[in-house]
Design a protein around this ligand. Structure first.
Ligand SMILES: Cc1ncc(COP(=O)(O)O)c(C=O)c1O
Length: 330
């Protein structure tokens, strides 16, 4: 019963099969191969625009290198307090930007608001040369609290960014889960809502990225093996099918937990994450019963401790049922 993170899930068989398919003959290295070209074409189709995509090996590299292309060392990135770039990347955005500052904003659900961005920029302008220069806003879709920005919410943030001269970056670690929740085209929560990166929808921003990627050690020589995985992920809607399964199982877990005495959800379940408050004794009993999840940060106004559970494409009905049975027992 492993609900610790979707990072613990196995890879989709389709993706492993694609690695074998790619493993034939000699092809040009460093991204000049036909599979990388096919991946780029597929991304253009999925997002209905000509974009620039440079595969990297981790989300941290994608975030940090993208931000480094449009934030200067004396610049700042505005983001939510709990954003992955601020809490889980060991200072990579600061390192790769050459020292830019992350200005974090409080939020009750992982989402930041235009009014908060405006206040930060006004303060920075008052500070003049003494203050870092806000140059980008970074939002996470779905957020670190499992909530999903709507196209209108993103468009409102983007409009504020445009007015204030900021670039808008999106950490799309759970982009597919958000997409399945919203049921809209990918473009509607990306460039059509004003997002500039991490796929570069504003292609002029991509300049310099390739050298930064190389410098960071993220230009794979045998790029076909990276691209083949992403290509398979997008082929036949695997990314959306996987996300639909994980969202569905999260919804079942959330509903099952919410129906129990002494348990309540501290966020709506919109993607593949569940945040539930429950007595410490229940948490301990669940763990003793073989369930794995993270004990999360305390939530203001909630007395009981909070746990985070994450589902994946591989989460089965049987696992969900077994967990809910255990939960109702304890
Ligand atoms: C919101 C978010 N952004 C980015 C990442 C990327 O992390 P990594 O560098 O481990 O691939 C993760 C990993 O789980 C994440 O949850």
């Amino acid at each position: 019963l492993n609900f610790a993170s979707d990072n613990t899930a196995p890879a989709s068989p389709e993706i492993l099969a694609a690695l074998n398919e790619a493993n034939v003959g000699a092809v040009p290295s460093y991204g000049a191969d036909p599979i990388t070209t096919r991946l780029r074409r597929r991304l253009n189709e999925v997002f209905e625009t000509e974009l620039i995509a440079h595969p990297v090996g981790t989300g941290t590299a994608a975030n940090a290198l993208a931000l480094a292309t449009f934030v200067q060392p004396f610049g700042a990135v505005i983001c939510a307090e709990e954003s992955h770039i601020s809490t889980d990347e060991c200072g990579a955005p600061e390192f790769f930007t050459g020292g830019a500052k992350l200005i974090t904003l409080p939020s009750s659900n992982g989402k930041i608001l235009p009014v908060q961005i405006e206040a930060v920029v006004a303060r920075a302008r008052d500070g003049g040369v003494h203050h870092v220069l806000p140059q980008a806003v970074s939002i996470t879709q779905a957020t670190e609290w499992g909530t999903v920005y709507t196209p209108d919410e993103i468009a409102a943030i983007s409009a504020t960014c445009r007015t204030l001269g900021l670039k808008l970056h999106m950490d799309g670690a759970r982009f597919a889960n958000a997409l399945v929740h919203l049921g809209c085209p990918a473009a509607d929560i990306a460039w059509r809502a004003g997002v500039d990166a991490v796929l570069f929808f504003d292609t002029t921003l991509a300049e310099g990225f390739e050298r930064r990627r190389k410098r960071a050690g993220h230009l794979w020589s045998k790029m076909r093996y990276c691209s083949a995985q992403l290509d398979a992920y997008l082929r036949d809607d695997l990314w959306l099918r996987n996300a639909a399964t994980s969202n569905h199982q999260a919804g079942r877990l959330g509903a099952g937990l919410a129906a129990l005495n002494n348990v309540h959800l501290v966020q709506p379940v919109q993607a593949n994450e569940i945040f539930a408050a429950m007595p410490a004794s229940v948490i301990a009993a669940l763990q003793e019963g073989g369930a794995h999840f993270y004990e999360w940060i305390a939530v203001e106004g909630v007395d009981a401790p909070v746990i985070r559970m994450v589902t994946a494409h591989s989460t089965t009905d049987a696992e969900v049922e077994e967990f809910l049975e255990l939960a109702s027992k304890v």
